[in-house]
Design a binder for this molecule. Structure first.
Ligand SMILES: [Zn+2]
Ligand SMILES: [Zn+2]
Length: 616
């Protein structure tokens, strides 16, 4: 990252073109004070003041991040900034200019060694990347609130918060809720520590391996406020995951939960010693979802927050940061969360195997699995990790999810390593070994501890732990798009994947669709399927089959009337014009995925199976 930053300075002085914020590591420290003022909740406006002392340069750039680490999407948080102003040592106004949409350059020639900038940010989204300030709380995610002084991200700073007197301040900054001033190591730590300020959140805590685990629950459902089952589940998850990995280097960790029936969708976001989990629904009816999120986000404290791809910290907040390794950072985190839910006793063996079947089916039904590798899916996360999409895309047919394929790669690597080492080692040993090697290494930047891993390091760590060569595995399944070897992996454990057609399945037309009040709207056409061969396309409105209207009758129910191979006339509306298109139906698609325990498995297979499903 440092080399890239130096390159941009070189470009600045030698090439005519758009100016960029100066990002060079400054030679002297600034004294940085951040002041957060929470005083206008009904308009959702958060006020931020940043004071920098000992400034000696002719200007200073203040930059609003374009994205928030953990969510690989360009959101341009600067669009919510208003009323930016700058003042010098005596309070005199300082001139400033906009360098680009997210950079304010303040002229310091008359500053007197001090600059104070002040701005307000509109914040009304309860979400793991955005922020919300309203009369009930302030739930703030740093990158959407705080600018940084370009070139001074590594500098220590203080944060002070003015909030209503009865609001508790809940965050990974402090285990106390009454502290209002915090010493923060640098800007990255500031924005990696979400802050919940609230009068009504419930707090609890427990200990695990000498670490304090805190839980804050802000529930908007006044009928369901009992946190007992949530806390019981969290204890089990934390206990199970702490047993899998080396002890992390924090004193306290906090889960910040919101149960909010009115949010458009739930979310979870990992941080160094905290997590934000937003559940759409209530504490009682969405408990399982909350615990599943918690199992995923808690494991991130190792995988991605500490053991991290080299590209993910320190961050360039102004633009996309590309890594081929999100399949490991996200997908494997999902796989391990499933294992820990099983081993904690929160899931039965049946639930665990059932979830793996869901993952297998999701990948096998994605046409994009033939086109996109796990590495490429990771690299292109910026297109689809909750990015705003104004233009129609073909993602349904052209992409896969690095969560989904990554979880399956985690499972397959786990089983393959256990099989090759006769159960002596597992993929968790690889993660632990990488944690020691990369995170517990001397820091190479201010962002440390440790250093990030590169793509090749994953293969090397697997080879070292397993004592055998996985090059072909990585070429075929991580960098390539070869069909995943489920059968071989499950056979080693005396399990078998069975894929069958559910009884009563209709013949296949090869589309996904959405209901429409006049029929059925095609949302994707499977390449090579019956609809594709007949010339049906996305957005076509299927009005009727054989003159039987689809507005009042389910499409599957209609299709059950025909044997596979029948040519069926569809009334199709396209750009407002009607046409008849004949579709020759395919046989029903096998959509029932189950993993069966084989009777008569050899003792070696049974031993591996038990070790996998029960843990050590
Ligand atoms: Zn809240
Ligand atoms: Zn995640």
């Amino acid at each position: 990252m440092r080399r890239a930053a130096l390159l941009s300075i070189f470009l600045l002085v030698t090439v005519a073109g758009p100016l960029r914020a100066v990002e060079d590591p400054a030679s002297s420290l600034l004294q940085l004070e951040y002041h957060l003022i929470l005083e206008h909740p009904n308009l959702h406006l958060v006020t931020v003041e940043i004071t920098a002392r000992q400034v000696s340069s002719g200007s200073l750039d203040f930059v609003m991040p374009a994205w928030s680490p953990g969510r690989y999407a360009i959101y341009d948080f600067a669009k919510s900034v208003q009323e930016f102003q700058a003042a010098g040592a005596q309070g005199q106004s300082l001139p400033w200019t906009s360098l680009d949409k997210q950079t304010w350059r303040v002229d310091l020639r008359q500053a007197g060694g001090v600059v104070k900038v002040r701005y307000r940010v509109f914040a009304n989204d309860l979400n793991g990347s955005f922020s919300q300030f309203d009369p009930t709380h302030a739930n703030l995610n740093g990158p959407s609130i705080f600018m940084y002084a370009a070139g001074y991200k590594p500098d220590p700073l203080t944060l002070s918060v003015d909030a209503p007197k009865d609001w508790q301040l809940i965050s990974g900054f402090s285990a106390s809720t009454s502290e209002r001033t915090f010493q923060v190591a640098n800007y990255d730590r500031l924005v990696d520590t979400p802050l919940e300020a609230c009068a009504e959140a419930k707090l609890a805590q427990f200990q695990e391996q000498g670490k304090t685990i805190r839980v804050a629950v802000h529930s908007y459902d006044d009928e369901n406020t009992d946190t007992g089952k949530l806390l019981e589940g969290l204890r089990k998850i934390v206990h199970a995951e702490m047993a899998l990995m080396p002890a992390p280097d924090f004193e306290h960790y906090i889960f910040i939960f919101h149960f909010a029936p009115e949010v458009s969708m739930g979310d979870g976001m990992e941080h160094l010693n905290s997590t934000q989990i937003i559940v759409r629904g209530s504490l009682s009816s969405n408990l399982d979802e909350a615990l599943e999120n918690a199992a995923h986000e808690f494991f991130h404290l190792w995988n991605v927050k500490r053991l991290r791809p080299v590209e993910l910290g320190p961050f360039d907040y102004t633009r996309e940061v590309y890594t081929p390794s999100l399949w490991l950072a996200e997908g494997v985190t999902t796989y391990v969360s499933y294992l820990s839910l099983l081993r904690s006793g929160l899931w039965t063996r049946k639930q665990f195997l059932g979830r793996l079947c869901d993952e297998i089916r999701a990948l096998e039904e994605a046409p994009g699995r033939m086109l996109m590798s796990a590495g490429s899916s990771s690299f292109h996360a910026w297109y689809y990790d909750r990015s705003p999409q104004m233009q129609e895309t073909n993602f349904a047919n052209s992409t896969i999810s690095y969560y989904n394929k990554g979880a399956l790669l985690g499972m397959l690597l786990d089983l393959e390593i256990q099989s090759r080492t006769q159960g002596a080692k597992s993929f968790l040993d690889v993660l632990a070994s990488m944690y020691h090697k990369f995170y517990e290494a001397p820091p190479v930047t201010y962002y440390g501890p440790g250093r990030g891993y590169e793509e090749q390091d994953i293969l090397e760590a697997v080879n070292e732990v397993a004592g055998s060569d996985f090059t072909a595995f990585f070429e075929d399944y991580v960098r390539g798009t070869a069909p995943l070897p489920y059968s071989r992996a499950f056979a080693a454990t005396g399990l078998a994947l069975q894929i069958s057609v559910p009884e009563g399945s209709p013949p296949s037309i090869g589309i996904t669709s959405l209901p429409d009040n006049r029929g059925v709207r095609v949302s994707a056409v499977r390449p090579g399927g019956a609809a594709d061969r007949a010339g049906l396309g996305r957005d076509d409105l299927l009005i009727a089959v054989d003159d039987q209207p689809l507005a009042t009758e389910d499409l599957d129910k209609r299709l059950r009337a025909y044997p596979p191979g029948t040519s069926v006339p569809f009334t199709v509306e396209r750009h407002g014009r009607r046409d008849i298109i004949f579709v020759t139906l395919d046989p029903p698609v096998p959509t029932l995925y189950t993993i069966q325990e084989l009777s008569g498995a050899a003792p070696q297979q049974t031993a591996l199976r038990n070790r996998w499903l029960k843990g050590k």
